[in-house]
Design a protein around this ligand. Structure first.
Ligand SMILES: Cc1ncc(COP(=O)(O)O)c(C=O)c1O
Length: 288
């Protein structure tokens, strides 16, 4: 179905949106992006998504003010009839702009290209969720700034394709023997009653959902550790789950063909998913 997208100050049908072949986002992946969720038309923690984008733009030295982005987000939801959707997402990308191809930045001032679209996110039925999903481990082949949400996603693309070919939902990225995160989501493991996830270093994306889930775990009195997880330790975890805007909380019951814990969705993932659903609903009602 044709949708309305945003490109450089205009809302237009997606099949009419055009970017230049000299756009540095197209040529180099010289761009940052964000994916922000809305629950029945109300954005969840949009300020944090804007902060992360501001930080990424700063690191890439792209001169663009994120102040107008909330308006674009609202505009995309409204124009695509998504105000009433249970969950929808807005994708927003800012590239350095259009200039003759050189590796270094263009010498003169260049206007960044801003592109966005919105679509519905379909949460799996609870019965499906309760069955859990499978994951595989793959080598992490990304650069040293995985904390920046750039569009240079080829290692993530290859990892997720490996997962798809293995007929599993997720890929755990492993570097130097440590399980860091997923190809498009953060990784959590549970040992006993302790919830563990990799620290927010430059080796992982600082997920907004990760931060929310850590708050929920601490709020529920669960012991929480932010530390690297050796792969051999992960294989013995009682529970594994992934978090992300388009993942929410997804439990993994099988890793590399072997059962995780008892091979069933565990109580910690379930309690956190219930708290997650209650938390986003509370925020939607303006109490969060
Ligand atoms: C590599 C990676 N890790 C983690 C996440 C989860 O981040 P968030 O919870 O902000 O969606 C994403 C989201 O796209 C991602 O691409």
């Amino acid at each position: 179905m044709e949708s309305t997208v945003f490109l450089d100050g205009e809302y237009l049908p997606s099949d009419q949106a055009r970017i230049s072949v000299e756009d540095r986002g197209f040529l180099f992946g010289d761009a940052v992006y964000e994916v922000s969720p809305a629950y029945r038309g109300t954005f969840f923690r949009l300020d944090r998504h804007l902060d992360r984008m501001r930080r990424g733009l700063g690191a890439l030295q792209i001169d663009w003010d994120v102040a107008e982005l909330p308006g674009i987000h609202e505009g995309l939801l409204a124009r695509n009839g998504l105000d009433a959707a249970e969950v929808s997402i807005v994708y927003l990308q800012v590239t350095r702009g259009v200039a003759p191809r050189t590796h270094h930045f263009p010498p003169g001032p260049v206007r960044p290209t801003v592109f966005g679209y919105a679509k519905e996110f379909l949460r799996p039925a609870r019965e499906r969720w309760e069955e859990g999903w499978a994951a595989i481990t793959v080598p992490d082949q990304r650069w040293a700034r995985a904390d920046l949400k750039t569009t240079c996603l080829l290692p993530n693309v290859l990892a997720q394709e490996a997962a798809r070919r293995s007929d599993v939902a997720d890929a755990v990225l492993v570097r130097d023997g440590f399980a860091l995160e997923g190809a498009h989501n953060n990784l959590f493991a549970v040992f006993g009653d302790t919830v563990v996830t990799h620290p927010a270093s430059n080796q992982i994306l600082h997920g907004i959902t990760r931060e929310f889930v850590l708050e929920l775990a601490r709020g529920a009195g669960m012991p929480v550790e932010e530390r690297p997880i050796p792969l051999e330790e992960l294989s013995g975890a009682d529970e594994i789950f992934f978090t992300g805007t388009t993942t929410e909380i997804r439990p993994t019951v099988e890793l590399d063909g072997l059962p995780v814990g008892e091979g069933r969705v565990g109580p910690v993932a379930r309690a956190l998913f219930d708290a997650f659903l209650a938390g986003v609903e509370q925020a939607r009602r303006g109490q969060g």
